[in-house]
Design a protein around this ligand. Structure first.
Ligand SMILES: [Zn+2]
Length: 350
């Protein structure tokens, strides 16, 4: 049992989220409002009726198919610019309520334009405007990462990344490769990501989640990612672990998501502590708060409960997240300074 003071401290602790998908961070109540407004055919407009379609249930099989099925359902909800604006703002409000002071929120324009048929440029503009307004309102800093999927076409990835470059001054700081890892190597996306890097965008790639250490090498060696989403299967190859440390690659680890997608059997068996002890730059993130039914505070509390993390370990992970942010140097320096100050005050001293 954790003492309640420690739980309260973790909840109140200023936090950083580097890996959260907007499409997986929607409020259930908002989905009901959208369903009602757009007259979805549903037995009723009740949160509990909808929940199993968009969130992992306790008795549900944990595997990729069940996990990704939630995203397929969610794609049906992005009906209009107003919906996208609303969910973007609420994602910022929810992060602020969880004491997240800096967040890099990622979103997939192709998912959000599934129904509106808007161009990537339009969708990125809607998300930027909404997020900037909400972040200003709540006094937190939010930047955006634009995701493209491995299993979707290179042409559309080109279009999305090209559009992202237009929003560098509006909050877009990075690009991400997501989607089905198995059978879809990162290699073909190399020229697209090179353009993004040349335009000043950070690169993070989902790898080493559903595929092994080779996929992590693909992300950093072939594409030049400085951060890897998940990356936990790097553990399967000591050579890749060494490269991660030599190149100071940061892993955006999302423990509950890994259990929900069947990559890891339980939180107690999650490799996060081993990676961290080995000296890999790990951070702790949510991935999809709605789908996993969690907040970032929950993830940090679970790391203490199931992985023997201390408050000092959580603070160190938070500072590593600040170091790995895609902010330009001056802003990153300010962020680090703020976090050093906040985390070293009496309340969070372990
Ligand atoms: Zn992810």
């Amino acid at each position: 049992m954790l003492d309640s003071q420690l739980i309260a401290n973790i909840k109140a602790m200023p936090k950083i989220e580097l890996h959260r998908h907007l499409e997986g961070a929607v409020r259930l109540e908002t989905l009901i409002d959208i369903a009602r407004e757009h007259a979805f055919e549903m037995p009723d407009y009740n949160v509990e009726t909808l929940r199993p379609f968009v969130q992992m249930m306790p008795e549900e099989q944990r595997d990729m198919t069940h996990f990704l099925a939630k995203f397929a359902t969610l794609r049906q909800f992005y009906r209009s610019p107003e919906v996208i604006t609303r969910i973007s703002k609420e994602a910022v409000y929810d992060a602020a309520d969880d004491q997240i002071k800096y967040m890099e929120l990622r979103f997939t324009p192709n998912a959000l334009s599934n129904i509106t048929r808007a161009s990537p440029d339009e969708v990125i503009g809607w998300v930027c405007d909404a997020v900037n307004e909400a972040a200003q309102e709540r006094g937190i800093v939010v930047r955006l990462i634009v995701s493209v999927n491995r299993h979707e076409s290179l042409e559309s990835a080109y279009e999305v990344v090209n559009a992202s470059v237009n929003y560098v001054d509006s909050g877009v700081v990075g690009v991400d490769l997501a989607g089905r890892e198995e059978g879809y190597p990162a290699g073909p996306f190399r020229p697209i990501f090179r353009e993004a890097r040349e335009a000043g965008l950070g690169i993070t790639i989902h790898a080493g989640e559903w595929e092994g250490a080779q996929s992590v090498w693909d992300a950093i060696g072939n594409i030049g990612a400085s951060r890897v989403g998940h990356g936990i299967r790097a553990l399967e190859d000591p050579g890749i672990l060494t490269i991660l440390m030599e190149r100071e690659i940061t892993l955006e680890v999302c423990p509950t998501s890994n259990v929900d997608s069947g990559v890891v059997s339980s939180l107690a068996h999650h490799p996060l502590p081993w990676l961290t002890q080995d000296g890999v730059a790990t951070t702790i993130n949510t991935d999809d708060p709605l789908i996993s039914g969690i907040t970032l505070s929950d993830e940090l509390i679970r790391a203490v409960q199931h992985m023997e993390f201390t408050l000092a370990d959580l603070k160190a992970a938070t500072l590593r997240a600040a170091e790995a942010s895609f902010l330009p140097p001056v802003e990153k320096g300010k962020l680090l300074q703020n976090f050093h100050t906040w985390l070293n005050n009496g309340l969070y001293r372990s």
